[in-house]
Structures are given as structure tokens and as C-alpha cells.
Design a protein around this ligand. Structure first.
Ligand code: FE2
Ligand code: FE2
Length: 471
């Protein structure tokens, strides 16, 4: 394994200094990245000391360093998970058992480029979506977590841009430039995937986003970590280490809101709003909204691209080696409920074509697990309300359900019925206005906004009262 170089302009463990051309190209991209960060990164706080984690190594246990850093001084580096001693082999698809590729197989260049660019685009997009949240953070602890997520999404962009520069020549350089020119929510140059163009302008959306949308990232990265293209696999493997914290921020953030909302609901006889809290039904609407947008990120239920990516050894399944026995799945079938003549009927599909759905199901199971935790918080509070995930067919803009309308239980309804009810099912304009109206910055160490409970512990063994951001 090549060792970590912390001294150059770009920290890395890919032996960048031995490839002068590549090093120069990336060093040339660095000021363009910084320009993007200054234009589109977090608004304000750039000159403040923030208690941040920086990846400094890829060794389990000692991979990160915690210290006060000003965001523009963050050391965005390129790190691949260790390659291990033995030759890796491709774990699935038509090349099953053959050695993994260290260079790109020419025939898969187009598909790999598409996979990498799509993943890469989400990283700066989320930073753009979250750029105004610092000034309404409910505590210094939360503000620090927001900025931690932001700088690490920046590093994930570096991780993907390295692959583009290293393996795709001129095309890769052009793509890297495009990644800095698209803008979340922009009408002319939007980000590639829908959920990354949705506004995320208060903290209920931030926590819902890091819970549901970053969690899509976890499953995409995990299936790319199985890739036969070894540099992509090892890049994604390491990104997952950082991603875990983003999911933690989302899942515990919502849990803390639920805890506080339940308290306020009891104190006010069901009128949490009168005490400046977040009503439980609003939380349910945020779940419905972000969950359904995030489901779209997995792509169509029946997809020849998904079949090709698997067959070609480019994108595996979640935990491919341990979870499955048949890694080739040439003739398998999977049943997919489809809409035919106005009713939902089960249809058998070639298994490989349903791989987006296979991954989506892993994701849904993980969301169900978190939901059970949130419901335990409600149960402990003594309230009878429980949260639910909407059916996977609800409010979809991608795939076979997107031409129809469904209620949150998954029943077919008319478009009129959907339109008449959608504001009760999903975060609506009044919700968003209300949420923005109650979010005022709380900047005294250890203090929390009224609408959220404190976390059970601090970051990296520090107290909750620790000064996570020096203002
Ligand atoms: Fe990321
Ligand atoms: Fe993330």
C-alpha cells in the first residue's frame, strides 16, 4: 500500500508525486475548487475555528484527526482504502472470479464514466443545498456537524475527481469542470438527480436529508465498493467511513426533534406550535417528502442499465460477498408489482433487470430500522402517535410508478385525489415557512434551540457543552 503524503498541496495515499502530470492537473483544479467553495459553500463562518475531523490515514482506528480548523484551510485529500495483500477478484457478474481491473477496461469506459459522474455530482450539490443552514443552527454542536458534513462532501468530490483525472483523460477533465459549474436548483444548469435540486433550507429538512438522502449514498457507495474496477471500489470503501457520520447526524437529529416535540406536545395538549415546537404531523410530512425523493435516486425498477452494470462487474449488490450465494444470477427472476389496466399486478422480471429495486429494498429495510427507533422514542414519551414510512410507490418521479398516483399506503388514486391531499402528506409551503420562522441561531456552548433535545453525548469524547465553533 502506498503511504500517506500529508506534505504536498493535496494530501493523498495514491502516490501522486510519482505522476507529475496528474499531480499538476489536480493542483490546477484546486483553485477552481476553492473558487466554487467560496461561491457555493457554507455562507459565513469561513473565518471561524471549527472542531473538525480530517481524514489523515486509511488505517482503521487512527484514520482521522480532530482539531480546530477554518473551513477554507481544510485539507481535502485523496484516500483509497488499503489494497490488502492478496489479489482481489471480481465478486459478481459475468467476470466473476477474474482479477479486478487496476485500469479501466476500454469497453466499460462509458458506463464507468456515467456511474462516477452521477455519484460525483451529488457531493457538491448537497453542500450547495445546505449553504444557508449555519446561520440558523440550533446549537454549536449541530453547526459543527453541518460543517463536518459539508467539508466531507467536498472531500468526496475530490475522491471522484481523482478518478476522472486519473483514468478518463480529457473527458475526465471536462467532467470535473462541469461538476463545478452545475448548481443545485438552477433552472439552466441543475444538478443531475432531482433530490439534489430540492431546497433544504431549515433543519428539519437538513436532518431528513442526511438521514434519507445521504443514506441512498451509503447504498450506492456500498454497491460500488464491490466494483471490479478496483480504484473505484477502494475509493468508495473509504468514503463510507466518513458517510457513517452523516447518517448519524440525520438519524439522531430527527430523534432529538421527536423527543422534544413529544415533550412539547404533552405540555401543550397537542399544540406544540404554540410553544415553538415542531408538530409530530409535520415530522411525518418531512419523512414522506424526503423518503420518496430519495427512493427515486435508486433509478427505475426495471432497468437494462442496472443489468449491464452488474453483468459487466461494475456495480454489485449491497454486501455482495456475505449476503448472496449466487453471484452471477444469469437466469433468476424477481416479482415486481406493476400497474396494468388500472390495477396493481405481480409480474416476473429477469432478476438482473431488477437490481435497482433489489438495492432499494435494502435501503427501505434500513429506513424501517431507524423508524422503529424513532417510534421507541415516541413510546417512551407516553404518546400514542407512531411514524410510518410511506409505500415505495408513493410520490415517485422515477420508475414504473411515476406515471400513476398513489396514496401513502400505496393504493392507486387519481391525480385529482393526489393533488387534493398532497399538502397533508408532504412538507408544504406553510410548514416550511413555519419551520424557518422558529429557527433562530443558538450560539452559547451547550445550549439548544427550543425545538430540539440535546444530544446524548458530544463529538470525539468531548462534552455537549464543548465550544465546537469559536465564534
Ligand atoms: Fe458524500
Ligand atoms: Fe454524505
Amino acid at each position: 500500500m502506498s503511504k500517506v503524503d500529508q506534505n504536498g498541496k493535496i494530501p493523498n495515499n495514491v502516490d501522486l508525486s510519482s505522476d507529475k502530470r496528474l499531480q499538476r492537473a489536480l493542483e490546477h483544479w484546486l483553485p477552481l475548487y476553492m473558487e466554487w467553495w467560496n461561491d457555493m459553500g457554507p455562507v459565513g463562518f469561513q473565518s471561524k475555528d471549527i472542531y473538525l475531523r480530517t481524514a489523515v490515514s486509511v488505517e482503521a482506528g487512527g484514520w482521522a484527526n480532530f482539531d480546530y480548523v477554518k473551513m477554507p484551510d481544510y485539507r481535502w485529500g485523496i484516500f483509497l482504502a488499503p489494497d490488502g495483500d492478496s489479489q482481489r477478484t471480481i465478486g459478481f457478474g459475468d467476470h466473476y472470479g477474474k482479477p479486478t481491473w487496476k485500469e479501466i477496461p476500454g469497453e466499460y469506459r462509458g458506463n464507468l464514466r456515467r456511474i462516477i459522474v452521477t455519484q460525483a455530482d451529488t457531493e457538491p450539490a448537497s453542500v450547495e443545498q445546505q449553504r444557508y443552514l449555519g446561520s440558523i443552527a440550533p446549537s454549536l454542536y449541530d453547526m459543527r456537524n453541518l460543517f463536518q458534513v459539508n467539508v466531507e462532501e467536498g472531500r468526496h468530490l475530490w475522491a471522484m475527481v481523482y478518478l476522472l483525472f486519473r483514468f478518463f483523460g480529457k473527458d475526465g477533465r471536462d467532467e470535473a469542470e462541469e461538476l463545478l459549474s452545475r448548481r443545485s436548483g438552477d433552472e439552466d444548469k441543475p444538478r443531475i438527480l432531482n433530490a439534489f435540486n430540492e431546497p433544504c433550507d431549515h433543519w428539519l429538512s437538513f436532518f431528513s436529508f442526511t438521514h434519507f438522502t445521504d443514506r441512498d449514498g451509503k447504498f450506492q457507495l456500498a454497491s460500488l465498493a464491490e466494483s471490479g474496477f478496483e480504484p473505484l471500489a477502494r475509493t468508495c470503501e473509504f468514503m463510507l467511513t466518513e458517510e457513517a457520520h452523516h447518517l448519524f447526524v440525520g438519524e439522531t437529529g430527527i430523534d432529538r426533534i421527536i423527543k422534544r416535540s413529544a415533550e412539547l406536545t404533552k405540555e401543550t395538549d397537542g399544540q406544540a406550535e404554540t410553544a415553538g415546537g415542531i408538530p409530530l404531523d409535520m415530522i411525518q410530512r418531512s419523512i414522506n417528502y424526503w423518503f420518496s425523493y430519495s427512493l427515486d435516486l435508486f433509478g427505475g425498477e426495471i432497468s437494462s442499465n442496472a443489468a449491464n452494470f452488474f453483468g459487466e462487474g461494475l456495480k454489485g449488490r449491497f454486501k455482495e460477498p456475505g449476503r448472496y450465494e449466487d453471484h452471477i444470477m444469469k437466469d433468476g427472476i424477481k416479482v415486481i408489482p406493476i400497474v396494468k389496466n388500472g390495477v396493481i399486478v405481480d409480474e416476473e422480471m429477469p432478476y438482473r433487470n431488477t437490481l435497482n429495486e433489489v438495492l432499494r429494498e435494502e435501503y427501505i429495510a434500513d429506513c424501517e430500522r431507524a423508524l422503529r427507533k424513532w417510534n421507541r422514542t415516541l413510546e417512551k414519551s407516553g404518546l400514542d402517535t407512531r411514524f410510518k414510512l410511506p409505500n415505495r410507490r408513493f410520490h415517485r418521479a422515477q420508475g414504473i410508478y411515476s406515471d400513476h398516483h398513489f396514496d401513502p399506503e400505496g393504493n392507486l388514486i387519481t391525480e385529482d385525489e393526489f393533488r387534493a391531499n398532497m399538502h397533508t402528506w408532504m412538507l408544504n409551503t406553510e410548514d416550511n415557512d413555519y419551520l424557518k420562522s422558529i429557527m433562530h441561531p443558538v450560539t452559547e456552548p451547550g445550549k439548544m434551540a427550543n425545538w430540539i433535545a440535546p444530544p446524548s453525548r458530544g463529538i470525539n469524547g468531548q462534552a455537549v457543552e464543548f465550544e465546537y465553533v469559536r465564534l
